[in-house]
Design a protein around this ligand. Structure first.
Ligand SMILES: O=C(O)[C@H](O)[C@@H](O)[C@H](O)[C@H](O)COP(=O)(O)O
Length: 256
């Protein structure tokens, strides 16, 4: 059973998530000299900002200059586009960090923007893959109402993305049901090699899908359930109470 750290509200979740990330950072910096972290798009980024950037005490505990930040999935759009995950991370984390004197920011790895729109999406994925570290210290994941995580979507159209033995660490996801249609995404072997995997889900709209993922017999046709089940030893979930309301999931408290 994976821990499901349950919180009364967003503020409490953001703080615990930040403390969890800092604990992973500290472990990584004992293993080596960099913290390789991958982030997803969506609402997760707001939690990162609230917990790690806006909170002065926790912001100071982040060794930002040692952070190497990658994207679990990215929409194939220019970096300035409103749909870009890099753009959203810049707006939520990098730009606010710059407001604070003396903070040396993280190193971020974005897609090669010059390939966007050229019909070279396999190459774009391969180029991004070439940037990845051998192993991630932490991968932060979201979960869509349809059970997708990264840009690994459920259903036959996207089953090609879920090959556990693929040699590709980053793949081109086409015809995404969540716009925009073209994306790149980490594959299962990339997730498999991480020291820690952490899902974040907030709000009552996530409750039906969390029921299918966190029940004792998970529906592993859902990529988020598959990842949770397969890598259970390294997976944690951070949720708010409304996302797990009425579910028979034991609520855990994150101890730091
Ligand atoms: O770029 C993306 O679309 C994401 O990486 C995606 O996997 C996201 O994390 C989930 O859709 C959850 O998003 P929300 O937290 O906003 O619901």
């Amino acid at each position: 059973m994976v821990p499901v750290y349950t919180h009364d509200d967003s503020a409490a979740l953001s703080r615990d998530l930040a403390l969890y990330i800092l604990a992973q950072q500290d472990q990584a910096l004992q293993r080596g000299d960099r913290f390789n972290i991958a982030v997803s798009g969506g609402s997760l980024l707001k939690a990162l900002r609230a917990g790690l950037v806006d909170d002065a005490e926790l912001r100071a505990r982040a060794n930002w200059a040692r952070w190497h930040v990658f994207f679990c999935d990215e929409r194939i759009v220019p970096l300035e586009h409103a749909d870009s995950n890099y753009g959203a991370f810049k707006a939520q984390v990098l730009d606010p960090l710059l407001q604070h004197d003396g903070v040396l920011g993280p190193t971020c790895y974005a897609i090669n923007e010059s390939l966007v729109g050229l019909g070279e999406n396999d190459r774009l994925a391969a180029e991004y893959e070439s940037l990845l570290p051998a192993q991630f210290d932490l991968i932060l994941l979201g979960c869509g109402p349809d059970g997708h995580t990264c840009s690994l979507f459920p259903g036959d159209t996207h089953s090609y993305l879920l090959d556990p033995h693929t040699e590709r660490r980053v793949a081109w996801c086409h015809s995404s049901p969540k716009p925009p249609a073209d994306r790149i995404t980490f594959t299962l072997p990339t997730l498999a090699s991480a020291h820690a995997l952490c899902f974040v889900a907030e709000g009552a709209s996530k409750q039906p899908v969390l029921q299918r993922i966190l029940q004792s017999s998970p529906d592993i046709s859902l990529p988020a359930a598959l990842v949770t089940d397969r890598f259970a030893q390294r997976v944690s979930w951070f949720v708010d109470r409304s996302a797990v309301h009425d579910l028979s999931v034991p609520a855990a408290t994150y101890h730091h």
